[in-house]
Design a protein around this ligand. Structure first.
Ligand SMILES: C[S@@+](CC[C@H](N)C(=O)[O-])C[C@H]1O[C@@H](n2cnc3c(N)ncnc32)[C@H](O)[C@@H]1O
Length: 311
């Protein structure tokens, strides 16, 4: 679908009263979007990737407490943490988007593709937990029992900037393709709150998607298409609760992480070669907000960033 048509539809749905808007958005995603068939592999992989990076940073995540910003529809990343050996995960979302039917479908996928899932985790899988999950999947589904089995504490509506958690009570502050959807001042508050709730030797570890999200479903545009628009013009296309992205770039995020005194311990940017070529050939007219930035920064389409809390 042409991205401007998608933007117009999303804008129209977003102005409806919440009681109509949320079901309409869900229906669209379920009928035409990413919720057509629940496949948890991508998000399970996200959990595994997070886990491996923590290990690569010299920490043992087993038996530790994870925190996830932005649960979304199904807490698959927290499920992965549990299958890997986490003690528990606190996952928080501003919106109570979690859906029991989608959770059940995702568990059904794991039951029906147990071999594939075991292969995905490899030797990192806690087999006794996988066996418990499969046994659970064969019984009658209940969201409460699933959350309790996998030691997932779901807080929604809740704000990662004001968690109410005790000081130093979590070990890993994580998110997967969430931070780009949050306005910069709120991100700053989330970092300050993260500093408070993180244990002294804890880590922030986040995967951020910097790309124009309309690019995900419109191959006619580039991953940096949105960098041509002023904030005002972009607001008209995507300034709604469903499509909002802050358009911060990699250098902005590094600054944000460091703004509370954190020390960056892993910086893994992923350059998009097509965006790089477009920028080098002058194939995109950048808005003034971005035109002073180095092309190498602008060509980065996503990154993993990890930091330690301030001493
Ligand atoms: C794009 S969704 C990602 C959901 C999920 N992590 C995934 O990968 O499918 C971003 C989520 O972040 C949530 N969110 C936005 N601001 C937040 C905040 N301040 N605290 C907690 N969650 C927030 C939104 O409600 C939304 O569910």
């Amino acid at each position: 679908m042409h991205w401007k048509i998608k933007a117009a539809i999303q804008n129209a749905i977003a102005v409806l009263p919440a009681s109509v808007s949320y079901p309409a958005q869900f229906w669209l995603q379920r009928r035409f979007g990413g919720l057509r068939a629940m496949n948890p592999v991508d998000r399970l992989s996200a959990g595994i990737e997070t886990w491996k990076r923590i290990q690569a940073l010299g920490q043992d995540p087993s038996g530790k407490v994870f925190f996830e910003v932005g649960t979304g529809r199904v807490p698959v990343v927290p499920l992965a943490y549990w299958l890997l050996g986490a003690d528990r995960t606190v996952t928080i979302d501003l919106n109570p988007y979690l859906r029991a039917d989608l959770v059940e479908e995702s568990i059904g996928y794991i039951r029906d593709h147990a071999g594939e899932i075991r292969g995905l985790f490899g030797p990192l899988l806690r087999e006794e937990r996988m066996a418990a999950l499969l046994e659970f999947a064969d019984g009658g589904f209940s969201l409460e029992r699933f959350l309790s089995l996998c030691r997932i504490e779901y807080i929604a509506p809740g704000d990662a900037a004001h968690t109410g958690l005790p000081d130093g009570s979590i070990h890993f502050h994580t998110s997967y393709t969430v931070l780009e959807h949050i306005p910069e001042p709120v991100l700053e508050s989330i970092m300050v709150e993260g500093e408070r709730v993180l244990a002294d030797n804890g880590l922030f570890i986040h995967r951020i998607d910097y790309s124009d999200h309309f690019w995900h479903s419109d191959e006619r545009i580039s991953a940096i298409n949105f960098l041509q628009f002023s904030d005002r013009r972009w607001q008209r296309f995507a300034g709604n609760r469903y499509m909002y992205v802050n358009r911060l770039r990699h250098d902005d995020y590094l600054r944000l992480f460091e703004s509370t005194g954190q020390r960056i311990v892993m910086d893994e940017p992923k350059v998009d070669p097509k965006s790089q070529q477009l920028l080098q050939e002058g194939g995109i007219r950048l808005d003034a907000r971005f035109s002073a930035k180095p092309l190498d920064i602008l060509a980065i389409k996503g990154a993993w960033i990890a930091s330690r809390k301030a001493a």
